[in-house]
Design a protein around this ligand. Structure first.
Ligand code: GCW
Length: 716
């Protein structure tokens, strides 16, 4: 007896340890705190649903788990409610509820939309969840659970929702040996060695998390691709995952290494116009679809940073993409071709190269090709102007690539909530084809009537117990899903939802945590790369500041290439007098940014070589402003530390402690950034630090001597 008790106690202990670890993400289903609300949920613990598909089994299990967690009540699945209270779940055709809408209206909700509607008749409330498909129902149920975990009443719900973007995607940069390129949260969660026969339970929790925020596509492997994943043995492993993900509405994509026909096909060439090469891809696609009938398609990085591609054979991106598109087309597969291309053999500003390569090809891509464009033209910098390709490709669907993993934003050590940064890009007006054409309008297809639409996030997920390393990094995964569903959602709303589901529903604590999150990105930009500085981080691993670095084999990998500091000033002149990258933007952006007096401060050093003595709006010099910005960044982190201390009693102990320690490291690293950058830039400006800016703790030589051979995320 004691033995059993002991075992149960241990089990309970380990369960709560898991709960405290952050493993359950925003699906924590913590007890509802508001007693009246909790009591009202009791009315809804009877559920009517025919369980006739794997997706519906998932729905039942999720409801059971959530109700027990949030209310303590076990739900009862019934055949019909007669006149009682409860939840009724079914396809519109099953529910046959007139008040849901006309058949045309319901049809417009598509394959993934849903409706939630509470109806009260003779004092009994029934909550209907309807959709055109089971996946729509799953999304509807997850929305219900999100509403419940934010402790809102259910009696008067009337919600209708459908995703604005078709592909809502995670791109994993996971290697087959389980390292993760730019991964800071442990190893890859994909255990290729034990697949296909051993299917880790963690894949289920991964799928639940994704489905709960509407993510419906995942690319499993690094874009710096390994052809091995396309071999028959590995395709069996991919199939096991695809089978598991299918009832959650998630399609699997793979990265296709362009030279695969040589590496695993035994051919002499991978020339996209060669008949044998074409045939090899045709056969490969047929093989994949025989195993995975709903396979999503290929994500391709070609002719970029040493990856093979059509240009190795004197062909262009269209030749390469369309050859793969032809192989996938009979199976309804897609090619997602990345626009992150640049070459150092081309003596051209790296900023300009993607636009130069792709705009002339607009209109030539096959109808199942999408172009995946990073939010900015250089590379996921802490803050970057929107990529000029958004709005410039009118005939080729362009999808967004954001980076969730914080390669340039403090790895998984810094608290940086990315939704405000994503919003800044999505809200940017491209002025193409006319004023009011934001990046969001371009990618949701409304500007140019794209046939395919999408948003991808480079995943920040790894084998760490809490998935993302920093507990707050989970919010970035969450934000990606929510913004891909609705690219107009505000950062505040997304933060509210995430905090309530993940950390606490206490109103004061929620507000404080939201303040921390909303200021975190601006803080990071300030202590790393204020006023338009970019790419001044450590070489290769990108950890910490190294603005002095100038030893790379390629000019465009040197920090000095990007900031160009000299005795006159700092910044990359991309105006007409310089590289003229600005010419790639529409008017009036060009004009506004061309003029050093009218460009927004945040973009200054992106486009101008700004004199140290340049007088800014506040009457102070650029140097003084730069110095103050660095200090503001540091002060901002200190403020976040204080705010965090004030929520201690409202968040769980383990996570409170983790975040406290991480903020401490972040504070130190923010000081390091400020000190190293100002000490270095001061050797050019030759100006004193203004009052209020703390002097560097060490000499410049000290910062330059630091080396980090084992900084994470850099191995292959
Ligand atoms: O940001 C850079 C990274 C590379 C990455 C590349 C890309 C996958 O430093 O690690 O390679 O971008 O997006 O292709």
């Amino acid at each position: 007896m004691r033995g059993i008790f002991f075992t149960i106690a241990l089990w309970a202990l380990s369960l709560s340890a898991l709960a405290e670890s952050g493993y359950h993400l925003w699906l924590r289903y913590a007890q509802v705190q508001n007693a009246a609300i909790k009591n009202s949920y009791r009315l809804f613990s009877s559920v009517v649903m025919k369980e006739n598909s794997p997706t519906r089994t998932i729905i039942r299990k999720e409801l059971e788990r959530a109700f027990i967690g949030m209310t303590g009540y076990k739900i009862l699945i019934k055949n019909d409610l007669a006149i009682g209270n409860g939840i009724v779940i079914g396809l519109f055709t099953e529910l046959n509820l007139d008040s849901f809408g006309t058949p045309e209206e319901l049809k417009r909700l598509g394959n993934e939309g849903f409706k939630l509607k509470s109806v009260t008749i003779s004092g009994k409330t029934q909550l209907f969840i309807g959709a055109n498909t089971d996946i729509g129902l799953l999304y509807g149920v997850f929305r219900l659970l999100q509403i419940m975990s934010t402790e809102q009443p259910l009696a008067k719900l009337s919600i209708e929702s459908k995703p604005r973007l078709q592909l809502r995607m995670l791109n994993h940069w996971d290697n087959l040996n389980r390292t993760v390129e730019r991964g800071y949260a442990g190893n890859s969660i994909w255990n290729w060695h034990t697949l296909p026969d051993y299917v880790d339970d963690r894949y289920v929790d991964y799928a639940r998390a994704n489905a709960s925020i509407g993510i419906n596509a995942v690319s499993l492997t690094n874009v710096n691709a390994n052809a091995t994943v396309l071999t028959t043995a590995y395709l069996q492993k991919v199939k096991a995952m695809a089978d598991l993900f299918r009832p959650y509405g998630i399609k699997v994509f793979l990265t296709a290494r362009f030279s695969a026909p040589i590496e695993i096909g035994g051919l002499q060439t991978a020339d996209p116009l060669n008949a044998q090469v074409k045939d090899w891809w045709m056969q490969k696609a047929a093989e994949i679809y025989s195993q995975i009938p709903d396979f999503g398609g290929f994500l391709v990085k070609a002719n970029s940073e040493g990856q093979p591609g059509p240009q190795n054979y004197g062909r262009n991106h269209v030749d390469g993409a369309n050859m793969l598109a032809a192989a996938l087309q009979p199976h309804n597969g897609l090619v997602i071709w990345r626009a992150f291309v640049y070459s150092n053999e081309t003596p051209e500003d790296r900023y300009k190269q993607p636009y130069q390569e792709f705009v002339p090809l607009d209109g030539q891509f096959a109808s199942n090709v999408l172009l995946q464009v990073k939010n900015g033209a250089i590379d996921f910098q802490p803050r970057e102007p929107f990529h000029p390709l958004f709005g410039a490709m009118q005939k080729t669907p362009v999808m967004m690539e954001f980076q969730l993993t914080q390669e340039y934003l403090g790895f998984a050590t810094h608290l940086v909530y990315l939704a405000p940064m994503f919003r800044e890009v999505l809200d940017a007006d491209t002025y193409r084809p006319h004023k009011g054409s934001s990046v969001a309008r371009v990618i949701d297809g409304s500007s140019f009537d794209y046939k395919h639409t999408g948003m991808a996030g480079v995943a920040n997920i790894g084998s760490d117990l809490n998935w993302t390393g920093h507990p707050f990094a989970q919010a970035n995964w969450y934000a990606l899903g929510r913004l891909a569903w609705n690219p107009d959602l505000s950062s505040e709303i997304i933060a509210d939802e995430w905090i309530a589901q993940t950390l606490t529903t206490n109103p004061q604590a929620k507000n404080i945590i939201k303040r921390i999150m909303l200021q975190s990105h601006e803080n990071a930009v300030n202590y790393m790369t204020p006023l338009g500085l970019h790419h001044i981080m450590g070489y290769g691993h990108h950890y910490g500041p190294a603005p002095w670095f100038n030893k790379a084999s390629r000019e465009d990998w040197n920090c000095t290439y990007f900031h160009r500091a000299d005795t006159t000033g700092i910044g990359f002149d991309r105006t007409k007098n310089g590289s003229n990258a600005l010419s790639q933007y529409a008017e009036p952006i060009q004009q506004k940014w061309e003029n050093i007096n009218t460009i927004d401060d945040k973009w200054l050093a992106w486009f101008h070589h700004v004199p140290w003595h340049f007088t800014m709006d506040n009457g102070q010099t650029f140097w003084a402003n730069l110095s103050h910005k660095y200090q503001e960044g540091v002060n901002g982190v200190r403020a976040m530390q204080q705010l965090w201390q004030s929520v201690q009693q409202h968040v769980n102990e383990a996570q409170f402690k983790q975040v406290t320690m991480l903020l401490h490291v972040q504070q130190q690293e923010a000081v390091w950034w400020k000190d190293a950058c100002l000490a270095y830039f001061q050797t050019f400006s030759k100006l004193p630090l203004p009052k209020g800016v703390e002097p560097p703790l060490h000499t410049l030589q000290y910062y330059q001597s630091l080396s980090f051979p084992y900084a994470p995320g850099n191995g292959h």
